[in-house]
Ligand binder design. Structure first.
Ligand code: PRP
Ligand code: URA
Length: 209
């Protein structure tokens, strides 16, 4: 069974509190999502494979550490997952970025797929899937199934807020995926929104309604 890592860092928790507030406007909300993406990325990428290479400092030659192999793919779930990409790219500027387009049907709350473009080949890459919200878990389960169909194997999922229902579903369907959660909230409401949550992440990042 892969791990579930629930963040407890004061900086992340402070920024999540600011995200939750209905008084936080689009500009600030977008910046905060990016900053949280970077802070959580630092933790999620702590086990990236490394290797030693020889370099020359102004003083002498030495062996020093670099990220090994084919590095990283970041795969945001559109739209809201896009908000976390820049933060991760600040950490690993050479990462490739794929996109998976999904939206929740407003009646059934089931994910509807509309786009998928992934780095090719993807088999050897560590893949970080981003979405600020893990609610019923339908979108994350579906996105990760698509990535596996394309050959992805080393997959991590990063969300800012999770509901217990979605976390359970994701673990049951993809027990091999490490899950990084900014905060675990109470439960879903009758419209499958997270309580207390932060509302509709996509609308708040992009200023739509
Ligand atoms: C939101 C969110 C997740 C999904 C979570 O996206 O960004 O992708 O809902 O819900 P789930 O766990 O119940 O599937 P939404 O469908 O609103 O699309 P958007 O990002 O384009 O607004
Ligand atoms: N999607 C969101 O953006 N927010 C929720 O609370 C649930 C799904």
């Amino acid at each position: 069974m892969a791990q579930v890592i629930i963040n407890s860092h004061p900086l992340v928790q402070h920024k999540i509190t600011m995200l939750r507030s209905k008084d936080t406007g689009t500009n600030e909300f977008r910046s905060l999502v990016g900053e949280i993406g970077m802070l959580m990325g630092y933790e999620a990428l702590a086990d990236l494979p490394t290797e030693e290479v020889e370099i020359e400092t102004p003083i002498e030659k030495c062996m020093s550490t670099v990220i090994a192999g084919r590095k990283l793919a970041i795969v945001p779930i559109l739209r809201a997952g896009l908000g976390m990409v820049d933060g991760l790219l600040k950490l690993v500027p050479t990462a490739k970025v794929g996109h998976i387009g999904l939206y929740r049907d407003p009646e059934t709350h089931e994910p509807v797929e509309y786009y998928c473009k992934l780095p090719d080949p993807i088999e050897e890459r560590v893949i970080v899937v981003t979405d600020p919200m893990l609610a019923t878990g339908g979108s994350a389960v579906d996105a990760i199934s698509q990535i596996k169909k394309h050959g992805g194997r080393k997959i991590k999922f990063m969300c800012i807020i999770a509901a217990p229902e979605g976390l359970r579903k994701l673990q049951e369907n993809h027990p091999d995926v490490d899950i990084y959660v900014g905060h675990l909230d109470r439960q879903l409401n009758d419209h499958a929104y997270i309580m207390p949550g932060l509302g509709d992440a996509g609308d708040r990042i992009f200023g739509t309604k």
